[in-house]
Design a protein around this ligand. Structure first.
Ligand SMILES: Cc1cc2nc3c(=O)[nH]c(=O)nc-3n(C[C@H](O)[C@H](O)[C@H](O)COP(=O)(O)OP(=O)(O)OC[C@H]3O[C@@H](n4cnc5c(N)ncnc54)[C@H](O)[C@@H]3O)c2cc1C
Length: 441
């Protein structure tokens, strides 16, 4: 028997694509690309699709442009863990009133998200299974405990604390010192979710184009012109929903959105009994470290899916998978010998102030260009919601301001194209996490 850590047929595509393969042919043929549209949406992830659905239902002619096959980005690569905003602003220094407003809107977004899945009958394997957020130190546990009342008051999170000696009720691991339970939280199959939202967009009359890259956006008469890899399109408004894949579409946005890679692995089938032993309550798991691990049972409960930071600039899914497997074994040493069936990665988007943004990017110099950007790693619900809100803004029908709009989208000093600083930041955060655990004993 081979001693490789990779199972036979190991794949560097997301595990989710086994059930929903990327179909380069999906969407309309390039010849159907119109010369003009009311709104051009760039990006076919959850944000772009929800913006498009909202606008199309309000009567606009909407074109969605996707550089790769539809849904190539993070929306079909993520961990499928959904919640009502417990992570919002985690990396930011916000005044308490703003933080509370954001939490309240994030909680609202979760109700909206559940309603959308239910009303549109989307088969996303959605379960409201709850989440366990493991504390990496005793101090982190105490900090979590301070947040419980706020989460329950503002977001109705169903939050409660698990003492260290009850961790095993939720996780067959000694890695954490207890943690926080969140009931208003769940799981989806992200690619099935994306497929369902795509079908809703098609049914709403959105024109979807895969394999067409959007280029420079300029003023043209009273409107805008978007260059594309086919031909230019005139539009009244443009929505940028490109997440950590923004690239050189717009240099202005590029300097404001840092792409941060997140890696994931899937184990070979371990069997439902073994997975239930590891996750007795089948909750989604995250933790309090700066470089967090996020992991879960697969929707069929036969595998473990495990994610975290692995590599920052030179991407190599197999090397990244090997690294993450070593982290998986820190949490579940009993899985020594386990083989991996899949290892993949995708980008998330970080903004300078550490919170998601929705709004008109440059109303003075390029009016009509909107953005929904900056998931900071938690965007299944939030970016769907902000895409929807961007659609309302572009339609001029947003009836109240969003807690995520009106903030300045600042550039990162010294950053243009390559986030050269990420390996250093990663090392520094890794060191802080390690030191805290070390000092904690
Ligand atoms: C590995 C991983 C794990 C994650 N886990 C979770 C999780 O468990 N829970 C959670 O809530 N969030 C998670 N996230 C975050 C979540 O997936 C994202 O926030 C969300 O999918 C973002 O959706 P989006 O529509 O903004 O972007 P995306 O889905 O990334 O779509 C952006 C699209 O824009 C396209 N594009 C870029 N430039 C152009 C151009 N010039 N022309 C045309 N198209 C262009 C890209 O090709 C891409 O398809 C995870 C992300 C990753 C990568």
């Amino acid at each position: 028997m081979s001693d490789s850590i990779f199972a036979e047929g190991f794949r560097t595509d997301p595990y989710w694509w086994d059930a929903v393969p990327r179909d380069a042919g999906a969407g309309l043929p390039a010849e159907a690309l119109p010369e003009r549209a009311d709104v051009v949406v760039v990006g076919s992830g959850y944000a772009g699709l929800h913006a498009a659905i909202t606008l199309s239902r309000a009567g606009s002619e909407v074109v969605v442009l996707e550089a790769g096959p539809l849904g190539l980005g993070a929306s079909t690569r993520n961990g499928g863990m959904v919640s009502g905003g417990v992570n919002v602003g985690k990396h930011a220094s916000l005044d308490p009133a703003t933080a509370d407003e954001m939490l309240a809107e994030a909680a609202e977004s979760y109700g909206w998200f559940e309603g959308f899945i239910r009303d549109e009958k989307i088969d996303a394997m959605y379960q409201r299974c709850g989440r366990f957020v493991g504390a990496h130190t005793r101090a982190a546990w105490l900090k979590q405990a301070e947040e419980v009342a706020r989460l329950n008051d503002i977001a109705d999170s169903g939050a409660s604390m698990v003492p260290a000696d009850r961790t095993h009720d939720h996780l067959a691991s000694d890695f954490y010192h207890g943690g926080m339970l969140l009931d208003r939280s769940g799981a989806v199959h992200p690619a099935k979710l994306h497929h369902g939202v795509l079908s809703v967009a098609e049914a709403a009359g959105v024109s979807l184009f895969g394999g067409i890259r959007a280029g420079a956006i300029t003023r043209s008469g009273t409107g805008l012109e978007v260059e594309t890899s086919e031909h230019a399109i005139r539009a009244g408004a443009v929505i940028i929903a490109t997440n950590g894949y923004s690239g050189d579409l717009s240099p202005w946005h590029q300097r404001r959105v840092v792409p941060v890679p997140s890696y994931q692995i899937a184990t070979e089938e371990l069997g439902a009994e073994c997975v239930t032993e590891l996750f007795p309550t089948h909750r989604m798991i995250a933790d309090t470290k700066r470089l967090l691990y996020y992991f879960r049972p697969s929707p069929d409960r036969k595998r473990v899916l495990f994610g975290g930071r692995a590599r920052y600039l030179k991407h190599d899914p197999a090397a990244g998978a090997a690294f993450l497997r070593s982290r998986l074994l820190r949490v579940f040493p009993q899985l020594d010998g386990v083989k991996l069936s899949h290892g993949w990665w995708g980008n998330v988007a970080y903004l300078r102030d550490g919170v998601p943004h929705v709004g008109e990017s440059r109303p003075e110099t390029l009016p009509g260009v909107f953005h929904a950007l900056g998931c900071h790693g938690s965007g299944v619900v939030m970016m769907s919601w902000l895409g929807h809100r961007a659609g309302l803004m572009a339609a001029g029908s947003l009836n109240r301001p969003s807690a995520f709009s009106g903030r300045r989208l600042d550039a990162f000093p010294g950053f243009r194209k390559t986030p050269w600083f990420l390996p250093m930041v990663g090392k520094y955060y890794g060191f802080r996490d390690w030191l805290e655990r070390r000092l904690d004993g």
